[in-house]
Design a protein. Structure first.
Length: 81
């Protein structure tokens, strides 16, 4: 009996399955951060009085080990819209 040669799709699905097997202990989080800078006018009495003068958008990617709580990886990506 001869060997069957897997198709490209079968090889990719095997690689994905093996790649995901070691990720079972990991939480992968993506945090969307919008940082604003600005000021309060002299007559402001509430947070609604804040005047936004600048804004920057970030995506923070964090991988955390579920058992130990150790941060395994982190990346900050600046989002330009």
């Amino acid at each position: 009996m001869g060997w069957l040669v897997p198709t490209e799709a079968q090889r990719e699905s095997i690689a994905r399955a093996l790649g995901e097997a070691d990720q079972t202990r990991t939480w992968n989080l993506m945090i969307d951060v919008i940082a604003q800078s600005g000021r309060y006018p002299p007559n402001a009495s509430t947070l609604a009085g804040f005047v936004v003068e600048g804004e920057q958008h970030y995506w923070v990617h964090v991988a955390i080990d579920r058992l130990t709580g150790e941060v395994l990886d982190k990346q900050i990506e600046v989002v330009n819209e």
